[in-house]
Design a protein around this ligand. Structure first.
Ligand SMILES: C[S@@+](CC[C@H](N)C(=O)[O-])C[C@H]1O[C@@H](n2cnc3c(N)ncnc32)[C@H](O)[C@@H]1O
Length: 455
């Protein structure tokens, strides 16, 4: 693999005698990893159902390595949202953030959502994750992932960090800044990133990283924590940003990160020894690509703290009745199942979401999209069924993996059924929900979303 000369000489300076080992990894393929979506299935149940002894990623409790032969992205459990394919080192920033159930967390640079998914599953039903990204094209992938994995505790924003700070104020217990960066740590996995790299690349990113980090203090509660991470080796984009931030914010301390075997210390610059508490991940020392992770704690107040007045939502009783009728007919749950959130309607769509400072910023998605109310009827969403269990459905067709109708359903085809049915039917695999079908006698029309299908 051809790597830019200037990049190599910088790496020689950083790694010194380890450089020869480092450069050898580029002759080998990168490691493949996945995480179990614990919002839908426990790790134990998933492993048992797969019947495979996967090697564990040491630094992530629900992360595993897999090999090409498993064809995970074609497996029915992938379509059922039980797994998320993620580069193994990229699983560490959220581990370092040490999420507790019920916290309020902001993922400021979130798309396509690998780390948001990890955070949301850890937060549980009482937590709230606000996931933001500035790029609309990347947000689409984030929304798809959140829906497909059945996550309901996420507000998705497409705003500038400054706008979020002006709206939410110091509302969050934890913030993840997985910053846009020059991407040097991903050259092996993504050789086109190496081709695009130029020596002024890091400098361009430093300005962007600084502008993002400028807003985080206003968003974080006292005693709250930030994890700043990148997938680059550049000192200016890593320790350089932290050093710059600490000089501006005397009320923050660097928190020592638990280092797993093979992790390296951060690099001391400008005489700041605390930067060694950060972690560097190099591909020649662990089974994963390059990353930098640093954790900061806000130990004192920085100024006037304030939080927003939530915008109240109103929902028409008639719309709720229509939804309730659908629940009674098709689901084994009633409205009390949805008790901890607020119902609201936007255009014809009915949501179950969170109140927030939404007079100033408008979420692209707020919680769970239940479905559409149209001409007195309710049409359930793919997000709704992805968030439910097979046993929540009154009428479900539960396929085993060797049923050829499962594969046809995943491809978007109409399927047949022995029983004579009418109306919405939940399609499941091995007891896990996949999507809706609509029965007309022995024929089941396919409602599995187009962008989710097996190609
Ligand atoms: C490293 S990627 C994030 C990957 C993501 N955390 C994940 O795990 O899937 C960095 C993201 O930052 C976004 N970004 C760039 N400038 C930004 C800004 N000013 N504010 C917020 N996000 C920004 C990019 O669109 C990109 O999606």
């Amino acid at each position: 693999m051809n790597l830019p000369e200037e990049f190599l000489s910088k790496m020689k300076e950083i790694l010194k005698e380890e450089f020869d080992q480092f450069i050898k990894v580029y002759d080998f393929d990168s490691y493949k990893g996945f995480r179990v979506n614990t919002a839908k299935v426990s790790v134990e149940e998933f492993i048992k159902k797969m019947g495979i002894e996967f090697e564990k990623v040491p630094w992530c409790k629900d992360g595993f390595y897999y090999t090409e032969e498993i064809r995970l992205s074609k497996h029915p459990y992938y379509f059922a949202g039980l797994v998320y394919i993620q580069e193994p080192s990229a699983m560490f920033p959220v581990e370092a953030l040490d999420i507790k159930e019920g916290e309020k967390v902001l993922d400021l640079c979130a798309a396509p959502g690998g780390k948001s998914i990890q955070i949301a599953a850890r937060l549980g039903q009482n937590g709230l994750l606000v996931s933001n990204d500035v790029k609309p094209s990347r947000i689409k992938a984030l929304v798809k992932n959140v829906e497909n994995l059945g996550l309901t505790n996420i507000v998705i924003l497409n705003n500038k960090p400054k706008e979020i700070a002006e709206s939410y104020g110091a509302y969050f217990d934890k913030i993840l800044v997985d910053a846009p960066c020059s991407g040097e740590g991903m050259f092996r996995k993504d050789p086109t990133a190496a081709k695009k790299w130029t020596s002024n690349h890091p400098e361009k990113y430093v300005n962007l990283q600084r502008s993002i980090m400028t807003e985080v203090d206003e968003l974080l509660k006292v005693d709250g924590e930030i994890v700043y991470s990148t997938c680059t080796f550049e000192v200016e984009e890593n320790e350089g940003i932290i050093d710059w931030f600490l000089k501006k914010h005397k009320n923050y301390e660097v928190v020592e990160i638990k280092k797993y075997e093979g992790f390296s210390d951060g690099i001391e610059i400008n005489g700041n020894e605390n930067l060694k508490k950060a972690a560097r991940i190099y591909p020649h020392r662990v089974k994963g690509e390059g990353h930098f992770i640093c954790k900061l704690k806000k130990v004192r107040e920085s100024g006037a703290e304030w939080t927003f007045q939530p915008q109240r939502f109103e929902v028409d009783r008639e719309d709720l009745k229509i939804f309730e009728k659908f629940c009674n007919k098709y689901l084994n749950i009633d409205l009390s199942y949805f008790k901890d959130r607020v119902f609201y309607k936007k255009a014809s769509k009915l949501y179950l979401g969170f109140e927030g400072p939404f007079d100033k910023i408008t979420p692209l998605r707020n919680g769970l999209l239940l479905g559409e109310v149209y001409k007195g009827r309710f049409y359930p969403s793919a997000h709704l069924i992805a968030s439910l269990k097979c046993e929540n459905l009154k009428v479900a067709i539960n396929f085993s993996q060797d049923d050829e109708r499962l594969w046809r359903y995943l491809k978007g085809e109409t399927i047949e059924n022995k029983e004579n049915l009418n109306g919405f039917v939940g399609i499941c695999v091995d007891g896990f929900t996949l999507g809706w079908g609509k029965a007309e006698g022995h024929i089941i029309k396919n409602y599995f979303p187009k962008g989710w299908r097996l190609e």
